[in-house]
Design a protein around this ligand. Structure first.
Ligand code: ADP
Length: 670
């Protein structure tokens, strides 16, 4: 076939088709096979002509509405071209939605379609010309796309783990690389968030707890289109370890931007600091010393509890006040403060700390400045140690030392006294023996030997030695705590009366009148009769010893119901007031050994006192020099159960009572 100017018609149409500005594809009307595609069509789809001719129409395009395309293909031949929208699949994988026109043709009795694609840009241009608002919208969409890309880039480079989830359902939209790296898992886009929850919080109970709190906060944030209150949680990560994480989130429209900040290291550091702080605080608080920090003006910054106790003020009251207020000597404390900040240190400064209630504690203060990182003095630590106790210990030691020295002097006196006491009877016995020897040598007349007199002297001095030894044994037993008590239910009235009457012989020697009187005839109580005997013989022997001729001794018993009072009163020489408290002490005698007129060891009353006290009683003395003395004993009334009752009688119970008397009264010469 030829045209009028001799160009072959096939070639003419071919070139027309090939060089058309339209994107044109010829499709076989029966099977949809592409039979030709022009240059622009090849450019548009991105395939060479040979390749594109191997496709069928549905390989490179897809109709949104299949009915619509079916309708086009069924159109009669002379029908004008039909316009529909197709999605075109390009070689680079992208898709373009563009309008196409289909023109039906019949060549050599075969149906073909000429598909003309309106390029999308062109299409947009055309549309833009028709409607400016649409252009703006498209621009906006473009821009949004760009913004999205930029944001994605930004999120990818953020140094924290980020996820973006959608709405209250929180379907996963996006995770940044750090999130994937940190938690070791990537979730598919639009996947269900519950998978993430299960991985992050494997413990069901904990998960429920976190989930409840998180959902509450998120729905609040969605409602207000705001940030959520950050939440601290323990997240399980890829290697199974647990991280302490702070979760922040911001809600924009229906998107939730969630960031995870790993706090584990920071928490560890904080815990370590907290531990060190609490350790230091405990050290400070448990210190028995006053500890304070002060600034360069002397204002108190911090104190420990010992400071509160020592001053009587609370921490709150002390902080901010001047340290000088709490010492008695203002000048000295100000000077000490000056020294610390001048020399950096002060040691062993003795001051007096004032308590709110007025009492004062002597303290030894030490102080040292502390500096900041730049070496600038920040303040000073002050410690104050209570040395009251130390001072008291020192004075107690001093007291003990002088008591020991005094005891030593007493012991020496006692030894001198004892030597005298031992030497005197031994000398007497020795002289009597010498006399006997002499008489035996010179005379055969034994009658003229005066034996009776010398034997009596020897006997009495033996009694004195025995008394001394008995007393020494008793005082040693008392000192060692071995003194035994033999309690019996006895009639104390009859015992004391019996003892009083038994000493008449000795009282007669000095014409001393002894009188016994009692309020009650009988008082049964639990006492040790042997101890009673020693007590009253001792008191009566002292009364006779220290009462001059024709004096009087009164023994009285008073019944006080729950107690019994027994008084031994004499009209003797009396005891000076300054000695009254001492006479019950061991080895104490009012008269000096060398000058005294009476015999004695100075241990009798100390034994009496011990014997009274082990029976639960007390002993006191009233005395006036020149007028006499009264020893008052009070025993509480205690009674043992019936089986211990004994009708005790001193003289009947002691075969050798006369010997006992001789021993106890051996200081008194009959
Ligand atoms: P001594 O064996 O020396 O009598 P005591 O311990 O019995 O020892 O008495 C201590 C001292 O108490 C006596 O040396 C005496 O100075 C004084 N004393 C005791 N009883 C009397 C008394 N009734 N009258 C005056 N002084 C007494």
């Amino acid at each position: 076939m030829r045209t009028d100017n001799n160009i072959p018609i096939d070639s003419f149409y071919e070139q027309l088709f090939e060089n058309s500005n339209d994107i044109q594809v010829i499709v076989d009307g029966e099977n949809g096979q592409i039979v030709n595609a022009n240059k622009r069509a090849c450019e548009f789809y991105g395939y060479p002509k040979e390749k594109i001719k191997k496709f069928k129409i549905h390989d490179i395009s897809k109709a949104k509405n299949l009915e619509e395309i079916g309708h086009v293909f069924k159109q009669p031949l002379n029908c004008k071209s039909n316009e529909i929208y197709l999605t075109h699949k390009l070689e680079n994988g992208s898709k373009e939605e563009a309008k196409v026109t289909f023109s039906k043709m019949c060549i050599n009795e075969k149906i073909y379609f000429n598909m003309i694609i309106l390029d999308i840009v062109e299409d947009n241009n055309i549309k833009g010309k028709e409607n400016n608002t649409e252009i703006e919208l498209d621009d906006y969409e473009e821009k949004l796309k760009k913004v999205e890309v930029d944001y994605r880039k930004m999120l990818e480079h953020l140094p924290v783990a980020v996820i973006v989830s959608l709405g209250i359902e929180q379907n996963m939209l996006y995770q940044n690389p750090l999130f994937i790296e940190f938690f070791g898992h990537a979730f598919q886009e639009s996947s269900d968030i519950t998978e993430w929850w299960r991985m992050a919080y494997p413990d069901t109970e904990y998960r429920e707890l976190v989930l409840g709190e998180w959902n509450a906060r998120l729905s609040e944030a969605i409602k207000n289109q705001s940030k959520i209150e950050p939440m601290e949680v323990n997240l399980t990560i890829k290697d199974g370890s647990i991280k302490q994480v702070c979760v922040h989130a911001t809600v924009v429209d229906d998107m939730n931007f969630i960031t995870f900040i790993d706090m584990t290291e920071r928490k560890k550091a904080e815990d370590a600091i907290r531990l060190i702080n609490s350790y230091n605080r405990s050290l400070i608080e448990t210190s028995l010393d006053v500890l304070m920090t002060i600034d360069s003006q002397g204002s108190i910054r911090d104190v420990n509890s010992t400071t509160e106790k020592a001053t009587g003020y609370s921490r709150e009251e002390l902080i901010g006040t001047y340290i000088f207020n709490y010492f008695t000597n203002l000048e000295k404390s100000k000077d000490a403060h000056k020294q610390v900040f001048k020399n950096g240190i002060i040691q062993e400064c003795e001051l007096e700390l004032k308590h709110k209630d007025g009492h004062v504690t002597t303290v030894i203060c030490n102080g040292a400045v502390y500096k900041d990182e730049c070496g600038q003095v920040e303040g000073a630590f002050v410690s104050a140690r209570d040395i009251n106790e130390r001072k008291m210990r020192e004075s107690e030691l001093e007291r003990q030392k002088s008591a020991a020295e005094e005891a030593n002097v007493l012991k020496s006196e006692f030894l001198a006294n004892m030597s005298h006491e031992l030497r005197t009877p031994v000398n007497v016995i020795f002289s009597a023996i010498q006399l006997f020897e002499l008489y035996f040598k010179k005379s055969s007349d034994t009658n003229s030997l005066n034996c009776d007199k010398h034997l009596k002297a020897m006997k009495q001095n033996c009694h004195r030695l025995l008394r001394l030894i008995n007393n020494l044994i008793d005082i040693t037993k008392i000192g060692a705590g071995f003194m035994e008590l033999q309690l019996k239910n006895v009639n104390v009235v009859s015992i004391v009366e019996e003892i009083t009457l038994s000493v008449g012989e000795y009282a007669n020697v000095k014409d001393i009148y002894v009188q016994f009187d009692t309020e009650v005839e009988e008082k049964i109580m639990a006492l040790d009769p042997d101890k009673l005997e020693r007590i009253f013989l001792n008191l009566l022997s002292n009364a006779i010893k220290f009462t001059s001729k024709n004096g009087k001794i009164f023994v009285n018993i008073y019944d006080r119901g729950t107690s019994v009072v027994i008084s031994v009163k004499d009209t003797g020489i009396g005891i000076p007031q300054d000695k009254i408290n001492e006479i019950f002490e061991r080895f104490i005698q009012v008269e000096n050994t060398m000058v005294r007129t009476n015999e004695g060891s100075g241990i009798g009353l100390s034994i009496v006192k011990s014997f009274v006290e082990i029976q639960g009683g007390t002993i006191n003395v009233l005395s006036e020099v020149g007028l006499g003395s009264e020893f008052i004993i009070e025993f509480p009334v205690n009674v043992l159960s019936e089986e211990y009752h004994e009708d005790y009688n001193i003289i009947d119970n002691k075969q050798n009572y006369a010997e006992v008397l001789n021993i106890e009264f051996s200081d008194i010469y009959k």
